[in-house]
Design a protein around this ligand. Structure first.
Ligand SMILES: [Zn+2]
Length: 1023
């Protein structure tokens, strides 16, 4: 007989309901088969009084104690073999034992539920209400362990009831409907749901599909039934036959998403969401295999969510080619929500109670099965899944059973694999570094790479690597078992880059370059603060309460300290106070609705800084509940509660390392004379010409461009990194002829602040002076950049902040990665903290960009030639992108090269200026030290002019050509004006330990071109 006929059959068979215990005939057949006890439950739902009342009975085994869980109900009358007993209840359970022939235990019970409106959301797994009934637990006694349950339930006439069932019988009697549920399989618990449902039925390959929707949602049934067929087919193909004869989709008044044996319980609001059929429905159907027929062994933790998520949510993304993006998100969530000191190993995961437990049980669990598939191969993995389902159907299974089945089918001992992923709390931290290219013979070329593990003890991992070369891609998996593991990879072309785990196949900690600032970083932060705006704070009142419920701490702008910013994440509501705007940059414009944007927190790389701006409190109210679902986005914009725009900041995939061994070249015929390049760029509003500061040839190339543009009568201005903003006035006065060169250099503090030989720049400045070309001092004052490099941007006073641009963009992670490489390669720069270094660098770039923009704003008919270190313009990242952001200028980047590290995207034009003899620069050949307004010869170099004239280490410099010497820059300034062949008179004091100090005078020189370069000891020397 077809089940569809069974169900809702109009033939009424009268049943002696709630009379004497009378087990249905089918259970007699099953009795004692495999010694699993049978429990009969008869209940009546009294909806008006929110009461369930009934009787549970079972035949106890002979002389064996049985543990009964009473499930929170009131015991009205308990009899054993017809005699009343008074069991002593402890921890909601009692033990009974039968010895005589009649071993029938009967429990009469009831339970009253509070009104649904008075229940907290944590309690609503069981409730009785006139609009619907859900009883998932705490409504009837159950046996410890597995048992077969037979349920008979009487509900009001207008209600339909559902429970776990392969078949349902219904009979209407007076004002009640009586339901009998047939479920022949052993199970640990039992549920009962009822409500005024509209029922739709369909049969699909021997499975009855039923939809129980409330009347107002009945048109949803079609879509749910059709999609259910699709999922049943999908999983029967993957795992073998569906374990039951019936599957039902059941609506719930409260928002749930549960998969129970033979049915799924979906909240009404949930079921109405259009994407549920493409996501949760399949997940819950898959639980029919994992969790609801192969049961979880409570001793071993929950494997079912990880496996179900992997074969449902993950599989659906994978089918659309978005598997690696999905895994990337899991890793981001894990890193956002799971904090080292609060984490648990996967083996201890039981149920999802919050975001961190979800990231462990679902996220890390999914990754475990994904890695397992890589370990044993897809065929063995799929075969093992089928075997597992077959062997453990309607039995308890744990992680150890999974390990046994997969080891057996995979023909591999997976003990280490399961142990490390189940028992360890940490996750792998991987870095990759490059070694040399070697030529082992026969024309073979081999690239050495080293993978390092950052955890205390190493993992055993299959690490995917992709090597990009000029002759294609090389993909391989490297087994890494030690803290350091090196591989040599044979390559044909030139290696360009290597990427570690580009598809996120490994559970691991993400590198900062792989982790964009997204909302989940904010919500998952251990310490998170919000700041109300100075004006218009009333809009955010309700929102602030909501934030507090998420664990945010409210701070006033005054009480927000540097250490708050340093340890946590910050959310700014409304227009940021000026002090905070420097941390976050400007807010994108939006007149109505709500806009949220999350950015890096430049002060704490582990946290983020975010802004929320709303046009009204109503707009905020509409998005409160949704917000936590959008964790993967960096920018969100809502109107009338609807999402209108979403965006995730870009990151690279995998940990990428440039190998930079590429040989690049250019056809000699493609090399253009500088005039042709000038014709190409002469219309550009901003022309950047990058330099290596100490290369005179680079400066001569810069001058050639300036001269050529000037000859074309272009109205140009020169922007120079070498001069700092506060000294613009001195620069102007010199160019105007009001002061001489010596005064200019002294008052601009050029020597103290820039340190590079002024001769290198002199021709450019003299040309500009002679031709009336203005020069702009671009740089931030050294006091500020040094302070930031040492103590971070938060150390600046309000006065200092006035000199810093308000709008700062921290979002360029590629630039940040490149700077980190530079930082790590130059430990000698004396700055301890990369983040402080990074802040100083960005501030520097932003200031120069702002100065270029301000100048062009005031002088719109000028073009600007910007002279800076190549690092500030390479790839457009430092200054050019920041100038562009401000004024959308037409720009060009020209880089002087030294032949090293040439990459195509670095610049629009590369220059190869011929080496030229630098101008003569008089040098003493000593290392000097500034000591309390005195200059000491720390070291006199061998063979130097100083040594030849009789100067010795330790001498104290008193005067140079009769002028007193007070500091090194004074001496350098004096030397600057010495020409080749000149001499100088130097007076020194020689300290004698056992006699009087002596004052001596020497003639030094004549100065000549020197082959050796002597350096002065510059404190905190630059670059
Ligand atoms: Zn699940």
């Amino acid at each position: 007989m077809k089940r569809a006929l069974y169900f809702l059959s109009l033939s009424l068979f009268l049943m002696a309901f709630l009379s004497s215990f009378d087990p249905p005939a089918w259970s007699e057949v099953n009795k004692n088969k495999d010694n699993i006890p049978i429990v009969s439950i008869d209940v009546v739902l009294d909806i008006e009084n929110r009461r369930i009342k009934g009787e549970a009975s079972t035949e106890l085994p002979m002389e064996k104690p049985v543990l009964i869980h009473i499930g929170g109900v009131e015991l009205d009358h308990v009899t054993l073999a017809g005699r009343t007993i008074n069991p002593s209840v402890e921890e909601d359970s009692f033990i009974v034992m039968a010895s005589a022939g009649n071993r029938l235990l009967r429990i009469q019970f009831h339970r009253d539920f509070p009104p649904l409106s008075l229940m907290s959301s944590a309690e609503t797994d069981s409730f009785i209400d006139t609009k619907g009934v859900v009883l998932l637990g705490g409504w009837c006694p159950t046996l410890e362990g597995l048992a077969r349950y037979e349920l008979k339930a009487a509900v009001p006439m207008d209600f339909m009831a559902i429970s776990e069932a392969d078949a349902v019988k219904m009979e209407s009697r007076e004002k009640t409907n009586i339901f009998i549920f047939e479920f022949p399989h052993p199970r640990a618990d039992i549920s009962l749901v009822a409500g005024p449902y509209q029922v739709s039925l369909e049969s699909h390959k021997g499975i009855e599909i039923a939809a129980y929707f409330f009347p107002e949602d009945k048109e949803l049934a079609r879509k749910y039934i059709d999609k259910s067929k699709y999922y049943l087919d999908l999983y029967e193909g993957l795992l073998g036959p569906y374990p039951f004869k019936r599957f039902a989709i059941v609506e719930n008044r409260v928002p749930t998403g549960y998969g129970l044996s033979t049915y799924t319980l979906l909240g009404q609001e949930v079921a109405r969401l259009p994407f549920i059929v493409d996501t949760s429905l399949g997940h819950e159907i898959l639980h029919s295999w994992f969790g609801n027929s192969v049961y979880m062994d409570p001793q071993e933790g929950n494997w079912s969510e990880g496996l179900t998520t992997y074969l449902a949510d993950h599989l659906y993304k994978e089918q659309k080619g978005r598997g690696s993006g999905y895994r990337h998100r899991l890793l981001m969530d894990y890193q956002s929500y799971v904090h080292e000191d609060q984490t648990i190993p996967l083996a201890q995961f039981k149920f999802r109670i919050d975001r961190p437990s979800k990231a462990i049980g679902y996220g890390k669990g999914t990754m475990l099965f994904h890695m397992l598939k890589q370990e044993i191969g897809e065929d063995a993995f799929n075969k093992a899944l089928k075997r597992f389902v077959l062997d453990y159907r309607f039995k308890m299974a744990g992680w150890s059973d999974l390990k046994a089945v997969f080891s057996d089918i995979g023909k591999k001992d997976l003990s280490v694999f399961f142990d490390q992923w189940l028992k360890r709390k940490d996750v792998p931290v991987l870095t990759i570094s490059k070694g040399n290219i070697t030529y082992p013979g026969n024309g073979i070329k081999s690239q050495k790479l080293t993978i390092q593990q950052g955890t205390e003890s190493p993992y055993s991992l299959m690490v995917p690597l992709v090597l990009e070369t000029t002759s294609g891609e090389v993909r391989l998996n490297v087994r890494v078992e030690n803290k350091r593991e090196s591989v040599d990879i044979e390559v044909e072309g030139q290696p360009i880059s290597v990427t570690l785990d580009p598809d996120y196949d490994l559970m691991r900690k993400l590198d900062p370059s792989e982790f964009p600032p997204v909302l989940s970083c904010l919500l998952g932060s251990e310490h998170k603060f919000f700041v109300l705006p100075l004006r218009g704070s009333e809009i955010y009142g309700q929102f602030a309460v909501f934030l507090k419920s998420l664990g945010f701490e409210g701070k006033s702008i005054g009480s927000l300290t540097d250490s708050d910013l340093k340890k946590g994440s910050l959310l700014i509501l409304g227009d940021p106070a000026p002090r905070l705007e420097r941390l976050t940059g400007a807010m994108p414009d939006q007149d109505s609705g709500v806009i949220i944007t999350v950015r890096e927190n430049p002060i704490n790389p582990a946290g983020v800084s975010a802004l929320v701006k709303a046009s009204s409190s109503r707009e905020l109210e509409l998005i409160l509940k949704k917000l936590t679902h959008y964790g993967q986005y960096s920018t969100l914009s809502f109107r009338n509660g609807k999402l209108v725009e979403k965006y995730t900041a870009g990151t690279q995939n995998g940990i990428r390392l440039a190998l930079q061994n590429e040989i690049v070249g250019i056809a000699a015929s493609d090399l253009s004379p500088i005039d042709r390049i000038i014709n190409n760029i002469s219309e550009k509003q901003v022309i950047y010409i990058g330099e290596h500061h100490d290369k005179f040839s680079h400066h001569m190339a810069q001058l050639s461009f300036i001269q050529a543009l000037d000859r074309q009568n272009r109205s140009i201005a020169i922007g120079m990194e070498m001069f700092q903003r506060p000294f613009q006035d001195v620069l102007d006065r010199y160019l105007d002829g009001q002061i001489d060169e010596r005064t200019f250099l002294k008052e601009s503090e050029y020597i103290k602040r820039w340190r590079y030989d002024y001769h290198l720049y002199r021709p450019i400045i003299e040309y500009c002076k002679d031709h009336g070309i203005p020069i702009l001092a671009l740089n931030l004052s050294e006091e500020i950049s040094k302070k930031v490099a040492r103590k971070g941007i938060e150390s600046l006073t309000d006065e200092e902040l006035e000199q810093v641009p308000k709008d700062i963009d921290w979002s360029n992670t590629v630039y940040k990665t490149r700077l980190r490489q530079i930082f790590e390669e130059h430990p000698e720069n004396g700055i301890k903290d990369f983040d402080d270094f990074y802040q100083a660098q960005v501030l520097w770039d932003e200031t120069m960009a702002q100065n270029v923009h301000d100048y062009l704003g005031n002088n719109p008919d000028r073009q600007m030639v910007v002279l800076v270190g190549t690092g500030h313009v390479a790839f457009g990242d430092g200054i050019p992108s920041r100038t562009y952001r401000r004024g959308k200028y037409n720009q060009v980047i020209i880089a002087n090269t030294t032949g090293n590290n040439l990459e195509q995207d670095m610049a629009d034009f590369f220059l190869f200026p011929p080496v030229v003899q630098p101008p003569f620069s008089a040098k003493l050949g000593v290392i000097l030290n500034d000591e309390d307004n005195r200059v000491v010869l720390k070291k006199v170099m061998h063979g130097s002019p100083a040594q030849k004239s009789g100067l010795r280490s330790g001498d104290l410099l008193l005067s140079f050509d009769g002028e007193p010497v007070k500091d090194i820059s004074g001496l350098k300034l004096a030397l600057l004006f010495k020409k080749e062949g000149d001499t100088a008179k130097i007076k020194i004091k020689r300290i004698k330990r056992f006699a009087h100090d002596k004052v001596l005078e020497f003639t030094i020189g004549p100065f000549k071109h020197l082959k050796i370069a002597f350096h002065h000891s510059g404190k905190g020397s630059r670059k």
